[in-house]
Ligand binder design. Structure first.
Ligand code: ACO
Ligand code: HSE
Length: 305
């Protein structure tokens, strides 16, 4: 939340120069408060796990948030029961006449397919188009970041010689962007994907800017200049044991998979991996909710869902 201080207090200039959010009294006086309306389009097969991970991060905020869970109607889920979807989820056609303050589109284990071979691709394209005019800010995670960058900006998805798998150090590529407020100069994020986004295509596009990256894992955070579309190529929302679970699963399947990098102490899979990305994950979501959703969204966004 912003700090409200008198315009003439010397600290105001110092803090503003440090990219700290300071609100003047007249702006604060005019702020109306209502619950935010955030939808999560959950494309993960492990829907219940992902719900919990994202809600944990969205919930760590002083703002009241009404959460709407969405699943693609054009895909029949193998791993999530119809009862769960019926009880807790809506589909896009049920909400498309409403507006949202924020939308999160999750990852999906389909990055080795062509976008056009993903069976909900047409529906996702429709949602992406709709989000441009009906959502204040959309955060795209992992495969959704690849899909969103491709759909909106023609950025190519590229195959990696080996899976990008582990917890990698990242640094900031931008000094003065609100999404990065309070970030450490080096922070860690899990990645787990077989493909990457083309840095060349992003750099060639004047509408996009790279905000953070990793020497080993590549581009991590990308945004449009107004922050209405944010692309996150890693999984800051992952639990401490998500990578272990994926690794054990693949070993059990007999796959030739390398250990997740920088994860197990001394690379020993018998030892407990420490979660070193929680603070970053909480700050990323808090900054997104505050600066790109709450501070930007209009007070009146129409009838409740
Ligand atoms: C790059 C990223 O975004 S990473 C994020 C994705 N990571 C994860 O989902 C990790 C957890 N997932 C898993 O471990 C596995 O997908 C499992 C264990 C749940 C299932 O694996 P398998 O049994 O080998 O594959 P299965 O045939 O069930 O398909 C898995 C999923 O792939 C997706 N999928 C596969 N083919 C298609 C397709 N043509 N179109 C759309 N989705 C597809 C679906 O989401 C499907 O699960 P769902 O129907 O429950 O949504
Ligand atoms: N995170 C995924 C890889 C991307 O599909 C997994 O290992 O299940």
């Amino acid at each position: 939340m912003p700090i409200k201080i008198p315009d003439s207090l010397p600290a105001k200039e110092v803090l503003s120069g440090e990219n700290i959010f300071v609100m003047d009294e007249s702006q604060a006086f005019h702020q109306d408060i209502r619950p935010l309306r955030i939808a999560i389009l959950n494309l993960m097969p492990t829907k219940e796990t992902t719900e919990t991970q994202l809600l944990r991060l969205i919930g760590n905020s002083p703002l009241q948030v009404d959460v709407i869970l969405l699943h693609p109607s054009s895909h029949t889920s193998k791993n999530t029961s119809p009862e769960h979807l019926k009880s807790f989820y809506k589909t896009f056609d049920e909400i498309s006449d409403r507006r949202l303050d924020g939308l999160i589109v999750t990852g999906a284990p389909v990055e080795q397919l062509e976008f056009e071979d993903v069976n909900y691709w047409e529906e996702l394209k429709e949602i992406f188009e709709w989000s441009k005019h009906n959502v204040t800010s959309t955060m795209h995670i992992c495969w959704a970041a690849q899909a969103g960058l491709y759909h909106h900006f023609g950025v190519r998805k590229v195959s990696l010689p080996e899976k990008c798998f582990g917890v990698f150090p990242h640094t900031l590529s931008h000094n003065n962007f609100k999404l990065l407020r309070g970030f450490d100069e080096v922070f860690h994020v899990p990645h787990s994907r077989h493909t990457d986004v083309s840095r060349e295509d992003i750099e060639a596009n004047p509408d996009l800017q790279i905000l953070a990256e990793s020497e080993e894992a590549g581009v991590y955070l990308v945004s449009t200049h107004d922050g209405r579309q944010i692309f996150v190529t890693g999984h800051s929302e992952y639990d401490p044991f998500s990578l272990k679970w994926e690794y054990d699963r693949d070993i059990a399947k007999g796959m030739d998979i390398a250990l997740p990098k920088h994860y197990y102490p001394k690379d020993d899979p018998q030892r407990t991996p420490p979660a070193v990305w929680r603070a970053h994950a909480n700050l990323l979501f808090a900054n997104w909710l505050n600066y790109y959703v709450y501070q930007e969204t209009p007070y009146d966004i129409g009838p409740i869902i």
